[in-house]
Design a protein around this ligand. Structure first.
Ligand code: ADP
Ligand code: MG
Length: 237
């Protein structure tokens, strides 16, 4: 399957059409952004890791009954996916306090939460992806209440499945961001799932193995991505 017209260039990926109007190619770049794209850089090899980790996790989720847009990986950086109409919501699930939630609620990073915290953000770079509630979602016509309920149930299911899989690889799934798409009347998990969009901590040392190393200038960013790739993809292969 060859790349056709460039449909969209985002912060971390490019999306291309294919000869089949129902299929798109996601191309994973090494470009990294943080803090609403105020910080920009390159993480060498990141795109390859994100593509492979996403493949492994999407396949795991499909086997576990969660429908995804994944069709197949085409190359190191290209993934064939079903063309969706993306729901303009970023769905975040949290198992441990970190990042913006620590600031917003005034809690210490690292505090475990007894049951997962689920949040919705408006996917809008110009607005800085603000937190929204159900009334906002309804006002903005982002999704129907039934869709929101289905999206939330899928997000919590993703959390159970991926959290357990990563625990076996000595990785704590601290939190993650998901995007969903509509495809022929059905909701699918879309976009990507990997160290750009998940907080992943080493279980024994608490070492950060994700994009927070880039955000916080913690060093060894490439090594952390490679380590996640090894732990998730080599065991799965
Ligand atoms: P962004 O800067 O908007 O986060 P990315 O660099 O992540 O963009 O590029 C991927 C873009 O493709 C995102 O906007 C995402 O919503 C969109 N996308 C992901 N999966 C699909 C899909 N299956 N169909 C259509 N669009 C998709
Ligand atoms: Mg994105």
């Amino acid at each position: 399957m060859d790349r056709g017209e460039l449909l969209y260039e985002g912060k971390a990926k490019r999306v291309y059409r294919t000869a089949d109007p129902d299929l798109l190619i996601q191309h994973f770049k090494d470009d990294a952004t943080a803090f609403n794209a105020q910080k920009r850089g390159t993480i060498v090899g990141k795109g390859v890791v994100n593509n492979r980790v996403s493949e492994v996790l999407f396949q795991l989720l499909e086997r576990s009954g969660v429908p995804t847009h994944f069709v197949r990986r085409l190359s190191d950086r290209d993934m064939l996916v079903k063309a969706c109409q993306i729901v303009q919501l970023e769905v975040v699930v949290r198992n441990v306090i970190a990042g913006s939630l620590a600031t917003r609620l005034g809690r210490a990073e690292g505090e475990p939460v007894p049951e997962p915290i689920l949040e919705h953000y408006l996917k809008d770079d110009a607005l800085g992806d603000p937190l929204v509630n159900d009334s906002h979602v309804r006002f903005l016509n982002l999704a129907t209440p039934d869709e929101v309920a289905a999206i939330d149930a899928m997000a919590l299911r993703v959390n159970e499945i991926v959290r357990a899989c990563l625990a076996e690889r000595d990785i704590v799934l601290v939190d993650f961001k998901l995007e969903f798409g509509r495809h022929h009347g059905r909701l699918l998990l879309a976009d990507e799932m990997g160290p750009d969009t998940c907080r992943l901590w080493d279980k024994s040392t608490g070492r950060k193995l994700d994009k927070d190393r880039f955000r916080g200038d913690l060093g060894s960013v490439e090594e952390a991505y490679e380590e996640v790739g090894r732990r998730i993809c080599e065991v799965a292969a």
